[in-house]
Write a protein that binds this ligand. Structure first.
Ligand SMILES: *Cc1c(COP(=O)(O)O)cnc(C)c1O
Length: 465
């Protein structure tokens, strides 16, 4: 299996090379050259299997022998051993056709653990084999950072720098990052927005000299291996609810478009995905795009669901690549127009094609609070401000011919206690392993919104192998 760039200029890579590279050298994102496809029989056979077995079957064709099966199985078992629910990704019915998949039972209480626990171990395995070290620089709007830090802490082959927008992540989110004081972890609070953080990370990747000097790699969802790991839970949900013999829809609270792209990928691989609902908060660039076919940038505004406070969704580029018939130069032209003019338009026929699968829905903060309260009263479930957007979006948008829709619950309510309490009157409790989070010591550096200073910091701390 070879991986190609969405901008069509970079060399095709093997799995291990794409894993370590993160962003392609032409600025694009890696995708498999061809989607592996499962037969109906193979999909049917996943039903009732343990979660880790489904992961193994789903990722095996992507890894394509680069890691021997036995080692891959061990990596997968180990990645999910720390989850605190025996089902790993339990599924619950909310009403008639609406289900919720709880993706927040990992070590940092957000769905990012699904991908990052595996990513950290995949890196470690490949780097040890090659005798190499890497520097990871990542931007986080909240949850990626803690999940990445948790996955990479104390690993000898890795130094990790995580940038978060100063004052724009919740206290639980910040503390989950900054109370990890391992020698190989540096937390940076940047005086800027999440998009500024993400732009700096991209700029570091585009500086080939810097990139080579520190052996830069990525944990943001631009890394293909993250998307790959997430595809597994869509298969798990699908077969639990009757796939391949019954179609299924998914509703996904969306920021960087990684999670919903994994659902799309599951569809390309043979799962009968008949509807995808993209949920957003008031930062609704994606909702407006699906409604109109025109992508227009607005400033980012803080909301109750900070992990979705994004205007430029990196992984959208992967969908765009397919929408533009896998023409890398067309992708590049569209994204350049977007960067320069803040806008690009999809041709009407292509827009219509997207709408056969995708719908989108937005909730502002007030609606988010009232939905948390509503579902608490109706079902006894406490949803966090991200997950509730998926549930409300599913109820609003599910099509008549979709027999079951699964909403991705991406964070534990205790990660966002203020909003949840304001809405429901109940303060969700942190699970036991985090009960002392507010007593732990924090370590982080506040920095100007300045790329040169950031690079200097990373260079000054470089260790030799
Ligand atoms: C990261 C995150 C999202 C957005 O996921 P994307 O893959 O970036 O679209 C939604 N909810 C929570 C809780 C998150 O941490």
């Amino acid at each position: 299996m070879k991986y190609i760039s969405t901008r069509g200029q970079a060399d095709a890579l093997n799995f291990d090379e794409a894993l370590l590279a993160g962003l392609a050298r032409d600025g694009g994102l890696y995708l498999p050259e061809k989607w592996p496809e499962f037969s109906a029989e193979e999909i049917r056979d996943m039903a009732g299997k343990p979660y880790t077995e489904i992961v193994f079957r789903v990722v095996k064709p992507f890894i394509d022998g680069v890691i021997p099966d036995k080692d891959l199985k061990e990596i997968i078992e180990d990645s999910y051993a720390g989850f605190r629910h025996t089902a790993i990704a339990p599924l619950k019915q909310i009403n008639g056709r609406i289900w919720v998949m709880e993706l927040f039972h990992g070590p940092t209480l957000a769905f990012k653990d699904f991908a990052l626990q595996m990513l950290g171990r995949l890196f470690d395995y490949i780097l040890k084999k090659r005798g190499e070290r890497i520097t990871i620089v990542g931007a986080t709007s909240g949850d990626t950072g803690s999940a990445a830090i948790e996955a990479c802490r104390d690993r000898d082959q890795i130094d990790i720098y995580i940038l978060h927008p100063h004052g724009r992540v919740s206290e639980v989110q910040r503390r989950q990052m900054t109370t990890v004081t391992s020698h190989n972890v540096t937390n940076i609070a940047l005086e800027g927005t999440f998009d500024d953080c993400q732009d700096h990370v991209k700029a570091m990747f585009n500086d080939q000299n810097f990139r080579d000097t520190v052996n830069l790699s990525a944990v943001n969802s631009i890394n293909w291996a993250r998307i790959m790991s997430q595809i597994a839970y869509y298969f798990a949900a699908g077969v639990a609810l009757g796939a391949p013999d019954r179609p299924i829809g998914f509703s996904v609270p969306t920021g960087n478009f990684g999670n919903v792209f994994a659902a799309y990928a599951a569809g390309r691989m043979g799962l009968p995905v008949s509807q995808l609902v993209v949920g957003s908060n008031r930062n609704d660039i994606l909702t407006r795009f699906f409604e109109t076919g025109s992508m227009t940038m607005n400033p980012v505004e803080p909301s109750l669901s900070p992990s979705m406070d994004i205007q430029v969704s990196s992984n959208f580029e992967r969908l765009l690549f397919d929408l533009l018939d896998r023409d890398g130069s067309a992708v590049e032209a569209a994204l350049n127009a977007f960067r320069e003019g803040g806008n690009f338009d999809l041709e009407p026929e292509r827009h219509q094609r997207v709408l056969r699968l995708f719908d989108a829905y937005r909730l502002d903060d007030e609606q988010t609070l009232s939905m948390i309260s509503d579902y608490y009263v109706k079902t006894g479930e406490l949803f966090d401000p991200h997950s509730v957007i998926a549930v409300a979006a599913a109820e609003a948008k599910i099509r008549d011919d979709v027999p079951a829709m699964v909403c991705m619950a991406t964070a534990h309510p205790a990660k966002f206690p203020d909003a949840v309490c304001k809405a429901s009157g109940v303060t969700p409790e942190l699970p036991e392993h985090m009960a002392d989070l507010f007593d732990r010591e924090e370590k982080y550096t506040v920095m100007d919104n300045d790329l040169t200073k950031l690079k200097d910091l990373v260079l000054s701390r470089r260790r030799n192998s």
